[in-house]
Design a protein around this ligand. Sequence first.
Ligand code: FES
Length: 103
Amino acid sequence: MGKVIYVLPDGGERAVEAREGESLMQVAVQAGIDAIEGECGGEMSCATCHVWIGDECATKLKRASQDELDLLEADDLFTDESRLGCQIKYSSELDGIIARIPG
Ligand code: FES
């Protein structure tokens, strides 16, 4: 167990408990964070799990696949910090990771 910190589009923050193997999308949806919908259930077809991960945390993540990048780049809010929350699996090295939700 550890925590993921979500920065909401209105600037508020939520620190949510996460379990090993859960995606950042699942953790947010289970916590009732409406700004992350996870509409496709993690099938990489909706981008409603779009988050921005700053450099200090991004170095701990596997690189995004080409499919992930293709979907993100089609989003108006794409930046070089963009990731799909459904493609980031929580593990203890990520305890305290900060995921900003675009909006
Ligand atoms: S939940 Fe649909 S792309 Fe992540």
